[in-house]
Design a protein around this ligand. Structure first.
Ligand SMILES: [Fe+2]
Length: 235
């Protein structure tokens, strides 16, 4: 039973210590890891249904009295296992900054406006074919103080629960063609170029709705050779 959900061997994951990404210096383990056997409580997980997660929680543009400022987008894709099989009925959570690059968070005090019509958090449950979909606004770039003139590329944070607590993946989705990729130590802490590409969604005209919103598609693979890299810091 042990290690059925281990991510060890998913070479796409960034090392826990990436010195250019400053907070990893104090956060990464300094001693060898201790292996703990997996038990039933770890290899099972909660089951979410439509009574627990409401469809409107997947629309981040309708949580307040007015609409948020920014570019409305649709983000959708499939949650897959290492064999490309869909993972149905699984919780997908997202959080992001607003169009001006500001989070509603006490630590985020940089001089960009908050949007009273945007909280920046949503969730949904994958359907029988592993599909998820969110409506939101495109997040802005923001400064993060890691080094001189440090700016994060636009990104949306994702938490994927998968079939068990041990398959939970926390990562970030990026947008195609972002000029900040080359300068971002978090994005580049994933050393394999192909693995980095798996963190970038693709623009999709079929998902784009006329007169309303651009569409982006991003499939997420929880394990195996095509796994989506882990990217679990909150910056
Ligand atoms: Fe962020």
């Amino acid at each position: 039973m042990s290690d059925v959900y281990s991510r060890a061997g998913d070479a796409a994951d960034p090392p826990s210590l990436s010195p250019a990404y400053r907070s990893t210096v104090v956060r990464s383990p300094s001693r060898p890891l201790i292996s703990i056997p997996q038990t039933l409580s770890e290899i099972t997980g909660p089951v979410y249904g439509h009574s627990d997660v409401k469809p409107e929680e997947a629309d981040l543009t309708t949580q307040h009295a007015g609409e948020p400022l920014g570019e409305r987008i649709i983000v959708k894709g499939r949650l897959l296992d290492e064999a490309g099989r869909p993972i149905p009925h699984s919780l997908v959570e997202i959080w992001q900054c607003n169009a001006a690059g500001r989070y509603i968070h006490v630590v985020d005090q940089h001089p960009a406006p908050l949007d009273p019509n945007f909280t920046g958090a949503g969730r949904c449950v994958t359907d029988a074919n592993g599909n998820y979909q969110f409506i939101t606004i495109k997040p802005g770039a923001y400064p993060w103080g890691n080094h001189h003139n440090a700016w994060r590329p636009a990104h949306i944070h994702f938490s994927l629960l998968g079939p068990s607590f041990l398959t939970r993946l926390v990562t970030q989705m990026y947008f195609p063609g972002d000029p900040l990729f080359a300068f971002d130590p978090i994005f580049n802490s994933v050393s394999d170029a192909k693995a980095r590409e798996r963190m970038i969604c693709r623009f999709d005209m079929d998902t784009t709705r006329p007169e309303w919103a651009l569409g982006y598609v991003w499939d997420i693979v929880l394990r195996g050779p095509a796994t989506t890299p882990l990217d679990d810091d909150h910056d």
